[in-house]
Design a protein. Structure first.
Length: 59
C-alpha cells in the first residue's frame, strides 16, 4: 500500500509499505493493505513502518 506522510512544508515520506503501526488516542493500531476506511486522532509518538522485511521508525 502507498503510505504518504505530509507536513505543511513538504512530503516527509512516500513509499510502498507492508504495514504501519500508528499511535492513536485509543492506543496503537496496525494498518495493513486493504484496511477498512478509518478516521482517528493520531497522537505524538513513534510510527513504525514495515516494508520488505525491515522496520523503519519515525518520531
Amino acid at each position: 500500500m502507498l503510505l504518504e506522510i505530509i507536513s505543511p512544508e513538504k512530503i516527509v515520506f512516500k513509499e510502498e509499505v507492508d504495514e504501519v503501526i500508528v499511535p492513536t488516542d485509543a492506543g496503537e493500531i496496525t494498518i495493513l493493505p486493504h484496511h477498512v476506511n478509518l478516521l482517528t486522532k493520531v497522537v505524538l509518538g513513534e510510527l513504525h513502518i514495515k516494508m520488505k522485511g525491515k522496520t523503519q521508525t519515525l518520531a
